[in-house]
Design a protein around this ligand. Structure first.
Ligand SMILES: O=C(O)[C@H]1NCC[C@@H]1O
Length: 344
């Protein structure tokens, strides 16, 4: 074997959203904390992100999760979420994928009927409670990051669309939440390309026109994603997160629904103790709820809880031959999306 780099991973999806879990090939990333490691990838050396996320080893519609030993004594494992544009601080679907992989392959011991896993992320500790039967994680409940509103009904000037109203909120990462009705649209898989194009334009406008900062943690600023929010015919929450360079989350989105719940509480549309069904653009489901409240800096914040399911669907090995002409991979807008400028 003459490969310059080799990595093994577990292929997992959570309610349709793929979150690969790397189990070998990456020993560590410089940084004393998970936030430091994320900033190293985003500000110093993005080669790992490109190796895993770009073609031919990667593709747009997935995330790659790097596993690490925890840097904190109160955590069982740590992970970083790599996507084509950057490493991100927290992710609901990816947390479900990581817990499913850790427990169903014995990296951490599985206990029945319930296993608690404390995950360390750049956004802090996420407590995961997995319901386990016959060696399967039947469901995973996540106590998400404290979530809060940055601003409601902000207006940005969007190329080709004019003024667009968004809510900016934090659910583990920052979101621009968009009501599609302002474009005469609704969340519909048949309109996915049009909606994804709109979302990429809104993302650019928010980046350029709004200064979004976390009140207590430098390095968590700026929106990660945009998310269309509406309700389905049954009145259930329906959400569709668009990730750079312009593709939809296949899951209902845990961090996005956490941000949405914070906005609903701020508008008096929800309260502590409420629970909802949240659907994705493909109809998959998370149970989402609010189990407490707190403060983040001077901001009132909620404690969301997200429950969903993950499934292992493969085992995978990738590598780099020294003669490969594309050691850092490549991406083309035909299937990656119109927001190629949003990639680093
Ligand atoms: O569920 C979530 O929070 C994630 N799904 C893809 C984008 C977000 O990180």
């Amino acid at each position: 074997m003459r490969w310059k780099k080799t990595a093994s991973m577990i292929e997992v999806h959570a309610e349709g959203e793929v979150g690969r879990v790397v189990t070998s090939g990456v020993l560590d990333v410089p940084g004393a904390t998970m936030l430091d490691k994320m900033l190293h990838i985003n500000e110093v050396d993005g080669s790992l992100r490109r190796f895993f996320c770009f073609e031919p080893r990667g593709y747009a519609q997935m995330s790659t999760n790097l596993l690490f030993p925890p840097t904190r004594p109160d955590a069982d494992a740590a992970f970083l979420i790599l996507q084509p544009d950057r490493a991100h601080a927290m992710s609901g679907s990816n947390s479900i994928c990581v817990v499913t992989a850790l427990l169903e392959t014995g990296i951490l011991p599985i206990h029945e009927p319930q296993t608690v896993v404390r995950l360390e992320t750049p956004a802090g500790i996420v407590k995961a409670v997995a319901q386990c039967t016959d060696g399967k994680c039947v469901s995973v409940s996540l106590d998400m990051s404290p979530s809060f509103v940055d601003r409601l009904d902000a207006v940005v000037e969007v190329e080709g669309l004019g003024p667009v109203t968004v809510d900016i909120a934090f659910g583990g990462v920052f979101y621009a939440l968009i009501d599609p009705a302002q474009f005469g649209m609704a969340i519909d898989p048949a309109a996915a390309r049009t909606l994804a194009d709109i979302a990429s334009r809104v993302h650019r406008a928010v980046d350029a026109q709004l200064d979004v900062q976390h009140p207590t943690t430098k390095g968590l600023g700026g929106i990660s994603y945009t998310m269309f929010v509406d309700r389905d015919a049954r009145g259930d929450l329906r959400g569709a997160t668009v990730l750079p360079p312009g593709r939809f989350d296949r899951s209902p989105c845990g961090t996005g629904n956490s941000a949405r719940l914070a906005c609903m509480v701020a508008r008096g549309e929800a309260a502590v103790g409420d629970r909802f069904e949240a659907r994705s653009i493909i109809g998959s489901k998370f149970d989402v709820g609010i189990f407490g409240e707190t403060k983040v800096g001077d901001r009132p914040a909620i404690l969301p809880r997200i429950t969903g399911r993950g499934w292992i669907h493969g085992f995978h090995q990738i590598g780099l031959d020294p003669s490969d002409p594309f050691p850092e991979g490549y991406a083309v807008a035909d299937c990656w999306g119109d927001g190629m400028d949003l990639l680093k």
